[in-house]
Ligand binder design. Structure first.
Ligand SMILES: Nc1nc2c(c(=O)[nH]1)N[C@H]1C(S)=C(S)[C@@H](COP(=O)(O)O)O[C@H]1N2
Ligand SMILES: [Mo]
Length: 521
């Protein structure tokens, strides 16, 4: 292409195509808003109050459409600029596109709760845009001195710019961009509508028998700064390998139980929620949680006992494992014994009194107290194969993690936090400790490598949850190190030997360095 007008057009076309593929990627990968909406959102948040009020007063209900149209116009303007810059020198164009994408990145990251996945649509859009700009530039390129109106002149001088087809090439490039744009938008729309429908049916869902609970008084130590005993669902840690969170309509959901069973069973969601519900406080944690880390949470779960479901199918002799598979293909192998003994292992349908959130496995996920999530807590679970450990190898086991994943005894200091400065004297310290399905019998702290001192512990009724602990420690002025260890109801004492999370969970005492200041500091 020769004229800057063509470059402006190429920029607008390329940017629009990128917008479309980023939209598709957002619909496939996330259940959040697209980069375009994020940008509009950012404008709203950056708008000074008086301007916003003026806009609402004068524009009324038209304020949202006006906003979106303005954002789109600004975007088209920047696309045009980027195209024009590319015409001057390709690297200027690349810089311009990076600037546009950077602004989008800012908008996306400033959305509440946005993570890495939310930035992928932008990357997809940026790559599309760069490819399309370069492609259009190439397709429309005409050697100096040739007639741009003429097609396919192969009489080029051979050494110079290759003849790429002039106007015909440009039209072809534009058509490809148009097809990509329309197809991405259409497919994105279909996927987006499906996800919205699932979110809506989740919102409207009322599961009979599901109750909600506050943390019982006996489970609370009452020290400010100690992690809340009941983890709110939106603060519950999330771990999975999935890029595109499965959105499963409860009406479409099935759990197939097969393998070493007397009869194969296929359960629908209605089958499941009309069975007797079990409810329990259960603390779930991740094997990848480092000493002192936050990949642990405690919730009130409602579901159907896994033992009941396995009984329906009739487990055959010789089986010792259940290979659980998620809708997204992830799998884990769980000891059959943990799914059939007296513990509250369940296929959970609700968390803290509400249907599971989509990120935490809606409409159904497994939960086995006492086992790390990676060997048990299959989200979006759809398939159980009753089998033997010597016949299967699940996702994380194939990658070097242990086949068996019982939760290790652990404890954590929440107060003081690392680097805190507290008044010297009698200092209240506290945190949480857990050894699911065994229980915590005591927690001890030691200051600066001194003697262990027993802490108070709150005692929830169940051994399947963490416990809060607190202690009053005499602390002189200066810099200090506090460490904590727990004792299990089985008599085990938490080891101080530091081990990494691979292959079956970290060990070692959590320590916190803090300062105690005198009255004059
Ligand atoms: N489908 C699926 N289920 C999964 C995983 C996964 O990657 N995919 N990760 C597991 C791991 S490692 C953990 S620690 C828990 C975390 O559950 P949460 O995200 O609800 O806290 O889910 C488990 N279930
Ligand atoms: Mo995990």
């Amino acid at each position: 292409m020769t004229s800057s007008r063509s470059w402006v057009l190429a920029g607008v076309v390329a940017g629009t195509t990128g917008l479309a593929t980023s939209y598709l990627a957002a619909k496939v990968l996330t259940i959040r808003e697209t980069p375009l909406v994020a940008a509009a959102d950012l404008v709203v948040r950056l708008t000074p109050g008086p301007v916003a009020e003026w806009a609402i007063e004068t524009l009324g209900p038209a304020d949202k459409p006006v906003l979106m149209v303005s954002v789109v116009l600004v975007l088209l303007g920047s696309f045009a600029l980027a195209g024009w810059a590319w015409g001057l020198a390709w690297w200027r164009g690349v810089l311009a596109w990076l600037a546009v994408a950077g602004a989008g990145l800012l908008a996306v990251l400033l959305q509440r709760g946005a993570g890495m996945v939310e930035t992928l649509p932008l990357a997809v859009g940026l790559v599309t845009t760069l490819v399309v700009t370069a492609g259009l530039g190439r397709a429309g390129r005409v050697p100096d001195g040739a007639d741009p109106e003429k097609d396919g002149d192969l009489e080029g001088d051979g050494a110079g710019t290759r003849w790429r087809g002039g106007r015909r090439g440009l039209l072809l490039g534009l058509s490809v961009a148009a097809v990509v744009t329309v197809a991405s938008t259409a497919i994105g729309r279909i996927i987006g509508n499906r996800k919205r429908a699932v979110q809506e049916s989740r919102r409207l869902l009322r599961i009979p028998g599901v109750t909600d609970r506050d943390a019982p008084a006996r489970a609370r130590i009452g020290l400010e700064g100690v992690t809340s005993w009941r983890t709110p669902s939106e603060e519950f840690y999330r771990i999975d390998t999935t890029l595109a969170v499965p959105t499963i309509d409860p009406g479409q959901w099935r759990l197939r139980i097969h393998g070493m069973v007397d009869r194969e069973v296929v359960l629908t969601y209605d089958d499941l929620v009309t069975m007797e519900l079990t409810e329990a406080w259960v603390t779930l944690n991740c094997v990848s949680n480092p000493v002192g880390g936050g990949l642990v949470g405690n919730a009130w779960w409602s579901g159907v006992r896994t033992a009941t479901l396995l009984e329906l199918a009739g487990v055959q002799d010789g089986a010792d494992a259940v290979l659980q598979t998620s809708e997204d293909g992830w799998d884990c192998s769980t000891p059959l014994s943990a799914m059939t003994d007296e513990r509250d292992a369940m296929v959970a349908v609700a968390m803290n009194g509400e249907p599971l959130t989509i990120e935490h496995g809606f409409p159904a996920r497994t939960l086995v107290p006492g086992l790390y999530g990676y060997v048990s807590a299959c989200k979006w679970v759809v398939d159980w194969e009753v089998t033997r450990f010597d016949r299967v190898e699940a996702f994380w086991t194939q990658r070097g993690w242990a086949e068996q994943g019982p939760v290790k005894i652990a404890s954590r200091i929440d107060v003081p936090a690392a680097g805190d400065s507290v008044p010297a004297g009698q200092v209240r310290v506290g945190g949480v400790a857990w050894h699911q399905h065994v229980g915590i019998s005591a927690v001890e702290v030691a200051l600066d490598g001194g003697d262990w001192q027993e802490a108070e512990i709150a005692s929830p009724k169940t051994d399947d949850t963490w416990v809060q602990w607190a202690a009053t420690v005499p602390v002189p002025e200066g810099e200090h190190v506090l460490r904590v260890r727990a004792r299990g109801k089985d008599g085990a004492v938490q080891t101080g030997v530091r081990r990494d999370v691979v292959p079956d969970g970290a060990t070692g005492w959590h320590t916190v360095e803090f300062t105690a200041a005198g009255p004059d500091d």
